[in-house]
Ligand binder design. Structure first.
Ligand code: FES
Length: 336
């Protein structure tokens, strides 16, 4: 089982009237990729509820920072902003998520709206400081007061004038960005890899704009956050029917290889791997977030639920471990 991490809150910074950054220190250094998120446990009268918050920090920075924006009906985000102070402890699952920049040496085209800037900021900081690649950012907000990281972005533009191009889009002046507006911006960067995070209508408009421009699917990622319906903080006990068939699973995760031959056919792969001590990533455990995504190299699995992978990703062999049960005698997989 991946251990829960107890983070000490080092500082809390107000970014805007309704967004705060929480700088967190883990007991031991924690590795993560730019664009990933933490699944944070929030106390409530229903017990612990889990929420995913993207990191706005980049992996080379000393601490992990998550940035949280209040929403009118958002119990968890309001609780974070109202109750968490420096010196407190918060509990979270280790970082996870697939919204990470490609390892290829390709410049990046970023589209963010509102608090969708959070993982995008992590990617931008990583690319600018740890690579020679260029960054183009289209950032939409309601008005100037709503712009999270305005000062940081100004400083980054000053530090990297040849490699960072930021366009701020203000809806109070320019209305909601339409497909044609986004297309005009993206058309200048046809060879870049694109990433978008924000409200669904914004990401839909970005998707339409990139599709119209013929951006290949494998050079475009969108971050999908769903409310988590289950409680990933509860320990799951493996329950397998007597007589269930067993399959073999070989693979690697975080550079460590494994080979097990007693995976019960009625137990999800994630649950099985965690019971074997594999440090497999996860968050929701209910097919809603994509944190447990792995790639099939050989063999086949069935998935009970899939709210995140599209048909192209399925065709490329990606599957959700929390939903996968074996449909062949053996499979070979990779998380790396
Ligand atoms: S852990 Fe969220 S989809 Fe599997």
């Amino acid at each position: 089982m991946s251990p829960l991490v107890q983070f000490r809150v080092v500082s809390v910074t107000a970014e805007t009237n309704d967004a705060k950054s929480f700088r967190l220190r883990a007991p031991e250094p924690l590795s993560y990729k730019p664009g990933q998120f933490l699944t944070v446990g929030i106390p409530s009268d229903r017990g612990t509820v889990a929420r995913c918050y993207s990191m706005s920090s980049a992996p080379h920075e000393d601490d992990i920072t998550i940035t949280v924006k209040r929403t009118p009906q958002g119990y968890a985000s309001n609780w974070m902003c109202d109750n968490v102070s420096a010196g407190d402890t918060i509990t979270a699952l280790p970082p996870s998520g697939q919204f990470v920049p490609s390892a290829e040496d390709v410049d990046v085209l970023l589209f963010a709206a509102g608090s969708g800037i959070t993982p995008v900021m992590s990617i931008a900081k990583y690319v600018l400081t740890q690579t020679d690649r260029k960054v183009a950012l289209f950032y939409a907000n309601r008005d100037p007061a709503a712009v999270i990281f305005a000062e940081q972005l100004r400083a980054m533009s000053k530090d990297h004038p040849e490699r960072l191009h930021v366009v701020h889009w203000l809806e109070e002046l320019q209305s909601f960005p339409r497909e044609a507006d986004l297309q005009r911006f993206a058309a200048v960067y046809p060879q870049y890899s694109a990433y978008t995070c924000g409200p669904a209508p914004f990401m839909d408009a970005v998707t339409d704009a990139l599709n119209s421009l013929g951006f290949p699917h494998d050079r475009f990622k969108r971050e999908v956050f769903q409310s988590l319906s289950g409680n990933p903080f509860e320990t799951e006990v493996i329950v397998s029917e007597p007589g269930a068939e067993h399959a073999r699973v070989k693979g690697s995760c975080n550079g460590t290889s494994f080979d097990f031959d007693d995976w019960p056919s009625d137990v999800p792969l994630l649950q099985y791997l965690l019971s074997k001590g594999v440090d497999a990533p996860f968050s929701c455990r209910s097919g809603e977030c994509g944190a447990c995504c792995f790639q099939l190299v050989e063999g086949e699995v069935d998935m009970e639920q899939n709210d995140v992978l599209d048909s192209d990703e399925i065709a490329d062999g990606y599957r959700l471990a929390c939903q996968a049960k074996p449909s062949s005698d053996s499979i070979i997989i990779t998380y790396d």
